[in-house]
Design a protein around this ligand. Structure first.
Ligand SMILES: *[C@@H]1O[C@H](CO)[C@@H](O)[C@H](O)[C@H]1NC(C)=O
Ligand SMILES: *[C@@H]1O[C@H](CO)[C@@H](O)[C@H](O)[C@H]1NC(C)=O
Ligand SMILES: *[C@@H]1O[C@H](CO)[C@@H](O)[C@H](O)[C@H]1NC(C)=O
Length: 208
């Protein structure tokens, strides 16, 4: 009986060691029941923008997406400029905010991102938070992503965001306290010099 207990203890401790060596899966955080994690990196960094279409969204954390870069393409009429996308890129990373969203409200997000009309597609990405937590979140990438990588400050005119759009991203990044270097990086993208339409500005209560 005694030796059985000892063996059991040895077995359990070995098992624990195995789990620990399996490392990161230990830190995988689940979203609360009935919700999913959503990763915002563009204008949805700005709370009031996200809440226009997704009032149930609750801020969870900032987080980093590895092996992707922030880029811009696809002229959007209301914004009067190109909108943000993520592009797979081993040399870069994208910072953003993680929100919990009711799973039954996901269609609002899909609608905003124009999934059914071929603007963006949804994908699951693994993120890491500043405290080392890992989580899987839904995010959106443009269907017609840029083919060419340029330095942020060399963004061609037709791919530049409007002043209002870049302001929304930058303000969202400041509001959610993304790393200072990343906020600086956002400001390194040139704009096309335009303002969003009055309709979009009024929706957002611009000036922010
Ligand atoms: C999650 O919530 C739903 C309804 O809100 C409930 O039916 C279900 O049992 C819950 N699941 C867990 C794992 O708590
Ligand atoms: C993301 O993962 C969830 C859970 O496994 C799954 O239900 C969902 O379809 C996935 N979404 C995408 C866009 O792949
Ligand atoms: C990509 O860059 C190359 C070289 O700068 C240029 O010739 C080409 O037109 C660019 N393609 C697109 C789609 O912008």
């Amino acid at each position: 009986m005694k030796s059985q207990t000892v063996l059991t203890l040895i077995f359990l401790s070995l098992f624990k060691i195995c789990l620990c060596e399996n490392s990161d899966s230990n830190n995988l955080v689940k979203s609360p029941n009935g919700t999913i994690f959503y990763f915002a990196y563009g204008s949805n960094l700005l709370t009031r923008r996200l809440h226009l279409n997704n009032p149930s969204a609750v801020f969870y954390s900032i987080a980093k997406l590895k092996n992707h870069r922030l880029d811009f393409i696809l002229f959007e009429e209301l914004w009067q400029g190109a909108v943000a996308t993520i592009v797979e890129d081993d040399e870069e990373e994208v910072w953003g905010t993680v929100w919990t969203i009711s799973a039954d409200k996901l269609h609002h997000l899909d609608k905003q991102e124009g999934v059914s009309i071929g603007w963006y597609f949804a994908k699951n990405v693994t993120l890491i938070t500043p405290s080392g937590q890992q989580l899987v979140a839904r995010t959106y990438e443009e269907v017609d992503n840029p083919k060419n990588k340029t330095a942020s400050f060399d963004l061609p005119m037709e791919r530049r965001p409007s002043n209002t759009y870049l302001e929304a991203i930058a303000l969202g990044a400041i509001e959610s306290r993304l790393p200072p270097e990343y906020i600086g990086f956002i400001f390194s993208f040139p704009t096309n010099g335009k303002m969003a339409t009055k309709e979009r500005r009024d929706q957002l209560g611009y000036p922010f």
